[in-house]
Design a protein around this ligand. Structure first.
Ligand SMILES: *Cc1c(COP(=O)(O)O)cnc(C)c1O
Length: 419
């Protein structure tokens, strides 16, 4: 695609965008009475207009049916999590019985670590990316400590080479190979929240399995952003949240994938609760936990319906748009942003996100030596909502479902005018 740095070009791209109708279906925050330019969908996605209607429906069913809503609501609450299997299985590239929704992201990470991080003998180490999202770091740190290990010994962090900002796949694989008798689990992000780098899940999973280890992923920045093939790649487990690209609102319930090989294994260790037990025997209130023979066997508590309503409404839009079409637009949109940023010479910054579209999602991370915070403030004053992460990085994430090429162009004009 040949890009041009002109408003006319951006408008032309918008006119032929097959997803353009979705933009109107979102609420935007305002700046001086006009829609702000919102490139922060990697932190908190915007609210779809149909979300309020979906909440009203559940409130009505609760009001009129009360307990009867578990089986009689328009979307029976007893099986509420089943609404997500089809759309999420397509997005994540897995089977329907491998994917579910429950709890929150870090909670699920802990639950799955209990099943998939089984330290024993010399094999007790977790391999992670250096600078993983803090919640993931804390989860790994407290898990290894829980088993009596020292984090400095039990957690191996892979860092970029000197003078580099992103990880090389070969270094990730080499680290796994070099620790093949000690590694119990490779635990990586899908996309690193800071650099925007998308990891090669297929290659990492293969290396982990060759080393006799499990491979698990935090896909918080991937879900709704980049299509996955988790089953084909044979990943053991993955977790993600629903409030970033999935637009399901602050703290929305989290997604979980568990490979069929484990999901069907009723003897796989886990912490159980009644929602993981088959509906048929759940209400007999008997002794003896009998997990469902699929990922839902990891459910613990009653489906948190009001924490999932917005996700249901939002996934209907993803179903209509199609993750592959979204990805296609996203590659162009972020590519256009990159192209325009390369025309800017008045301020100094470096795009640390990989230039290869196969190694990134929607987000580009701009590294400003020293002045990042001031520039972030100036952008905010001009009605551009992006976020700043220490040290020195402004993350710009145009979301293909609601952002336009024109907004990317306007962002460029504003940055270009900076002193
Ligand atoms: C956003 C994010 C989280 C947040 O976890 P919560 O439990 O939802 O607060 C954790 N890990 C990563 C990689 C994230 O991007």
């Amino acid at each position: 695609m040949r890009f041009k740095a002109s408003l006319e070009f951006a408008e032309k791209m918008d006119a032929k965008d097959p997803l353009k109708k979705f933009r109107k279906q979102f609420h935007f925050p305002l700046h001086k009475g006009k829609k702000a330019i919102y490139f922060c969908g990697n932190s908190l996605g915007l609210q779809p207009k149909q979300t309020a209607k979906a909440f009203k429906q559940e409130l009505k069913d609760w009001k009129t049916l009360a307990i009867g809503g578990y089986s009689g609501a328009r979307n029976p609450w007893l099986f509420y999590h089943e609404n997500f299997k089809k759309p999420l299985s397509k997005m994540m590239g897995c089977r329907q019985h491998e994917v579910t929704v429950m709890n929150a992201l870090t909670v699920n990470l802990h639950l799955l670590l209990l099943s998939f991080y089984r330290p024993a003998g010399d094999r007790y180490k977790i391999i992670m990316e250096a600078g993983a999202f803090p919640s993931d770091q804390y989860a790994a740190e407290t898990q290894v400590t829980f088993y009596g290990y020292h984090p400095g010994d039990a957690i191996i962090e892979i860092a970029p080479r000197k003078g580099e900002k992103i990880l090389r796949t070969e270094d990730i694989i080499k680290t796994i190979e070099n620790n093949k008798d000690a590694v119990a689990l490779a635990l990586l992000g899908g996309i690193n929240y800071y650099t925007g780098q998308l990891y090669n899940i297929k290659a990492i999973t293969e290396a982990a399995h060759n080393a006799g280890a499990m491979a698990g992923y935090d896909l918080a920045h991937v879900a709704g952003n980049v299509p996955m093939e988790l089953h084909k790649w044979d990943a053991d487990f993955a977790v993600w949240c629903s409030y970033k690209y999935l637009n399901a609102g602050p703290g929305a319930a989290s997604g979980v994938y568990i490979n069929a090989r484990h999901a069907h294994n009723k003897n796989k260790g886990r912490l159980g609760g009644w929602w993981g037990n088959a509906e048929k025997t759940r209400f007999k209130m008997e002794k003896g936990f009998k997990p469902k023979p699929n990922v839902d066997g990891w459910q613990v508590s009653t489906a948190q319906v009001f924490n999932m309503v917005a996700l249901k409404a939002s996934l209907e839009m993803f179903e209509k748009a199609g993750i592959k079409t979204l990805r296609k637009k996203s590659v162009q949109l972020s590519g256009y942003l990159e192209f325009l940023l390369q025309q800017i010479h008045n301020i100094k910054f470096e795009i640390i996100t990989p230039a290869d579209p196969l190694q990134r999602g929607a987000q580009l991370s701009l590294y400003f030596k020293g002045k990042g915070k001031e520039i972030h403030q100036e952008l905010t004053n001009k009605g551009i909502i992006v976020d700043y992460r220490e040290p020195g990085v402004i993350r710009v994430a145009p979301a293909p479902l609601y952002n336009s090429f024109k907004e990317v162009y306007k962002f460029y004009e504003i940055v270009k005018a900076f002193e």
